[in-house]
Design a protein around this ligand. Structure first.
Ligand code: NAD
Ligand code: 13P
Length: 346
């Protein structure tokens, strides 16, 4: 038909919020976009009914984004192949733990992905294999042969879905990707800035989750605003230096000037789930697995796995001591280091 067709893979709180924005935008631009946006929903029974049917009937995702009305042109679909059928613009937004399964499911049947399709990932995390680290954008690009951008910013899902003003950053491999993804996502209360820095945007989103755990530990230790500000400053510095060291070509300004850098760090260290769970960990001494199940109602923590993966990578590169805040968070979360050690010797 010559129209672009948007598909969203993932329907947790952020997947649903992003799908809502995309569906609202494409409905206003029917000369460029197919008006239906499909969203992959991992089927689940909710009060005896299928979640996809509940979403399509009530136009709400009661399970992951309660009380937010969704547009009628957003359609929940349980089968991945049906979601991406004929899609030219594919949004990846599952929790990072599940991306590998999604990719192998998409690869199982050749021809599932429309030739010429483009992708964007809004997943926060990194891919570590031994001494190598890479972004999910490059994983998607290499596995599915689609150019892949990265969307990340100061975007607590519920606040975005309620239409509260905020900004986001999309790192794009080319100007064509930038124009298309800007058209899909830019809105009055969701301002999109595009930059040619896929790695910087991806690493900003992934690494701030480690710093957010530290910020939650500060809250759990009942330390004040000065300490948290120091953690944010040190954290931003480690995030920036880590990215410039291991992703040459990434831009310092992405961290200092973009929503995907400083702004996301701030919102997550005050209002995010990683912060909340780390505070609880310090106060109760329970493990993150237990706390995640108890506090997040099926949503997934991203910072703990990222702290582990970054630590494994830095160990493999013999560089752990260059990033002392990342190291402390890992050791407190996983090696029984007393939380009060967080701020000692930083
Ligand atoms: P979420 O934390 O709400 O997780 C729930 C989702 O995980 C549901 O769609 C559920 O079906 C899915 N899920 C659970 N088990 C699964 C399995 N075995 N296989 C496949 N899917 C499974 O998800 P989210 O908040 O939408 O997070 C997705 C990504 O977006 C994360 O990387 C997160 O860091 C990022 N992000 C989240 C927010 C936010 O405020 N929630 C904001 C910006 C970015
Ligand atoms: P949490 O996963 O810690 O809630 O952070 C959400 C986020 O990435 C906001 O931009």
């Amino acid at each position: 038909s010559g129209l672009h067709k948007v598909a969203v893979i993932g329907s947790g709180s952020w997947g649903t919020a992003l799908a809502k924005i995309a569906a609202e935008n494409v409905a206003k631009r029917t000369s460029e976009f197919d008006p239906e946006v499909r969203m992959w929903v991992r089927e689940k029974q909710v009060n005896g009914k299928k979640l996809t049917e509940v979403i399509n009937k009530t136009h709400m995702n009661s399970r992951y984004l309660p009380d937010v009305e969704l547009p009628e042109n957003l359609v929940a679909v349980p089968k991945l192949a049906d979601v991406v059928k004929d899609a030219t613009l594919i949004v990846f937004v599952t929790p990072h733990q599940f991306l590998h399964t999604v990719i192998s499911d998409l690869k199982r049947v050749p021809g599932t992905i429309t030739p010429g399709a483009r992708a964007v990932t809004a997943i926060k995390g990194v891919e570590v294999v031994g001494t190598e680290i890479s972004t999910f954008a490059s994983l998607i690009e290499s596995q599915l042969s689609t150019p892949c951008s990265a969307l990340s910013g100061a975007n607590i899902a519920l606040e975005v879905a309620l239409g509260q003003f905020c900004e986001t950053t999309i790192g794009c491999p080319s100007g064509v990707d930038a124009t298309l993804w800007h058209a899909v996502f830019d809105a009055h209360s969701f301002r999109v800035s595009t930059v040619e820095d896929v790695n910087g945007v991806s690493l900003g989103g992934a690494l701030k989750n480690i710093v957010a755990l530290a910020a939650g530990m500060v809250d759990g230790l009942r330390l004040g605003g000065n300490t948290k500000a120091a953690i944010l400053r040190i954290g931003l510095s480690e995030m920036t230096e880590f990215t410039l060291e291991f992703f040459p070509g990434a831009q310092r300004q992405t961290f200092s000037n973009e929503s995907a850098g400083i702004a996301d760090l701030i919102t997550t260290c005050y209002g995010g789930r990683n912060r909340k769970c780390a505070e609880e960990m310090v106060k109760t001494g329970h493990s993150f697995d237990v706390i995640e199940k108890r506090l997040l109602n099926g949503q997934k923590l991203q910072g703990t796995a990222t702290a582990q993966e970054v630590n494994a990578f830095l160990s493999a590169r013999d560089a752990v001591s260059k990033y002392p805040l990342f190291e402390k968070v890992y050791r407190i979360a996983f090696e029984g280091m007393p939380p009060a050690e967080l701020v000692k010797g930083l």
